[in-house]
Design a binder for this molecule. Sequence first.
Ligand SMILES: Nc1ncnc2c1ncn2[C@@H]1O[C@H](COP(=O)(O)OP(=O)(O)O)[C@@H](O)[C@H]1O
Ligand SMILES: [Mg+2]
Length: 315
Amino acid sequence: MDDLESRLCEMNLEILSLEEIGGAHAGNIYKVEALSDNENTREHYIYKEFAEGRDQEVEIYKNIEEIMTPFSRVVNVWETSPQAMLMWDLGYPVKARYEALPIAEKKILISDILKVLASLHGMDTGQDKLPVHQLNAEWKDWCLDQLGKLGSRKSWASPQWKRTIQEVYERLDIPHYQTKCRSVITHGDPHLENVFYKDNEVWLIDWEWAAIGSPLRDVTILMQDIYDEELISYVPEFYLQYMRERGIYLDDNDFRSDLSYLYIDHLTMMLAWEVEKYFQGHLSEKRIREIIEWKIEEIERVKTEGMDRKNKFSY
Ligand SMILES: Nc1ncnc2c1ncn2[C@@H]1O[C@H](COP(=O)(O)OP(=O)(O)O)[C@@H](O)[C@H]1O
Ligand SMILES: [Mg+2]
């Protein structure tokens, strides 16, 4: 940790304690308590050191620093090896306490997150500063692969799960879908482990996948973390209404079409990721089974809606 020590020293910070945050991460993440020589105060930071080839977030930060600043609490970024980022410690991700909240409070919290996403989506940027998000077969392939591994290890894994994924991607031709809503800046990964609530504000971390895309990209990544029917149907309606109140009109058909396709792609992506967390020992068998069953049912439900819409509009 010599790099960290000398980097903080240059900022007149002296390390008091250092603790690695465990979990399935794309690099090493540390909680740092440091003494500020200037202010003589104890400060709490998170130091994120990127793994080789997973340092896209540094590039993104360089390109859209002024856009990220109001939404995140980045203190410093190092572009030399090892690439790293220093942020204020924002406490625990929303996910840590979300499940235990009563539904009314979940609704308020989700609405606050959607407002923040909407304000990100309303920001102007030179379109060339970020990659463009395009649907493809990547999440389907990864998910089929993960479910294949699960099937070979666990007798409770149903072969029907893979068939559901395969069929929905084929029937709706998801990898070739072109999003219809006007493109905006999207965070690209606002699931509840990347969202924080501190000092009465919502903060977004982990901008590795930020890209230009449909606003439904973010909305649906958030939705796949909400295991409640009523709240799931509330999310897009609230977002649509909120955007309209802000004078941003989204065509209803475009909105609902992007919603179906992106929601399925993100349910699939996160299904694969949750299986990975299970393989790495971060989820119980009971929980992964609940998650898979819920996500597969959601995919089936949305597929039916998507097929109905496809048939209706092809006449
Ligand atoms: N600023 C922060 N404040 C508090 N915890 C953080 C912060 N940044 C990261 N973490 C913790 O580290 C985890 C992983 O960080 P993240 O940037 O999302 O990396 P990854 O790309 O591996 O998901 C987060 O889910 C959170 O638990
Ligand atoms: Mg993350």
